[in-house]
Design a binder for this molecule. Structure first.
Ligand SMILES: NC(=O)C1=CN([C@@H]2O[C@H](COP(=O)(O)OP(=O)(O)OC[C@H]3O[C@@H](n4cnc5c(N)ncnc54)[C@H](OP(=O)(O)O)[C@@H]3O)[C@@H](O)[C@H]2O)C=CC1
Ligand SMILES: O=C(O)C1=N[C@H](C(=O)O)C[C@H](O)C1
Length: 255
């Protein structure tokens, strides 16, 4: 079966990557591509990019099996609602979602399958589980998290860092998060240090450091490029296309 995919944010870093990846696969085809500021004649990877304001019409006309979204939180909430109305599965990797946007995903999931993942890399899925085990096995160790991304990233800490922090907090007895460190600011027992670096074109790095007075353990994931996220998102779209309505995780796709 070939899954027809609509792509939002088509002119963005991830949208371009999703369109490029789709062209290399036999299990999906592009139904349409949209972007907020697309002008007439804009093309990406050979696909015509249409104005995002026309999403409802495009979903009705082209009848995709799924929409893949990497945009901004305020757009993601509206796209989820439009897909819910049209009965089209919705996959989103947009990070920095607030309570209202999460509620929009939940509402849409009454009508359609919705999968939101802060990271579509298989390696990060494993990292989350390894961090869970490490924190649970090393009670009392200091924990610090650092994430590094390109200079165009909007949200901090990254969505992946948020997922790792939730995992760490669920597994141990911590007093709170400490974002950055400056001046006369020694470490307080039980805090989780959080550091966000932004530079150049770095696709995405996450490191969790656990240490006591005698040893240190560093658990690190590095994305070599964005292709890994695009591949995971398309895997999710193919998997999600014929599911029942509800909320799904990337881990469900990986089985
Ligand atoms: N889950 C994962 O594995 C990954 C998640 N991400 C997340 O994906 C998101 C996008 O990242 P990235 O591609 O780097 O971002 P970019 O800034 O490169 O692209 C954003 C896209 O969103 C569009 N956009 C911006 N504002 C609006 C709006 N108000 N309505 C509709 N569309 C809009 C832009 O359109 P235009 O250019 O026309 O303005 C652009 O196409 C981020 O939240 C990022 O954290 C990124 C990588 C992996
Ligand atoms: O904005 C990005 O680039 C990335 N965002 C995701 C996040 O916020 O965790 C995933 C990946 O690290 C790249």
């Amino acid at each position: 079966m070939t899954v027809a995919v609509g792509v939002t944010g088509a002119t963005g870093r991830m949208g371009r990557e999703v369109l490029a990846a789709a062209g290399q696969r036999g299990d999906c085809e592009i139904a349409f591509a949209v972007s907020e500021s697309a002008d007439a004649g804009t093309t990406v990877e050979g696909y015509e990019v249409e104005p995002a304001g026309e999403l409802e019409d495009l979903v009705a006309d082209r009848e995709p099996d799924a929409v893949v979204d990497f945009t901004v939180p305020e757009a993601t909430a509206g796209y989820a609602a439009a897909c819910g109305e049209a009965g089209v599965s919705f996959v989103t990797g947009t990070t920095g979602l607030g309570a209202d946007e999460i509620t929009a995903l939940d509402r849409a999931s009454d009508a359609i399958p919705v999968l939101h993942a802060p990271n579509f890399s298989r390696g990060v899925s494993v990292l989350v589980e390894v961090v869970r085990e490490a924190v649970g096995s090393l009670p009392g160790y200091d924990v610090e998290l650092a994430e590094t991304h390109h200079n165009g990233k909007r949200d901090a800490p990254s969505g992946t860092a948020e997922r790792l922090l939730e995992t760490i907090e669920a597994e141990g007895d911590f007093s709170g998060r400490k974002h950055g460190r400056e001046g006369d600011d020694p470490r307080v027992e039980g805090e989780i240090g959080v550091h966000a670096l932004r530079a150049g074109a770095i696709a995405g790095e996450h490191e969790v450091l656990l240490a006591d007075d005698h040893e240190e353990l560093r658990l690190t994931h590095r994305a070599a490029d964005r292709g890994v996220f695009a591949a995971g998102a398309l895997d999710a779209a193919v998997w999600l296309a014929d599911r029942e309505p509800g909320r799904y995780e990337f881990a469900d796709v990986l089985g």
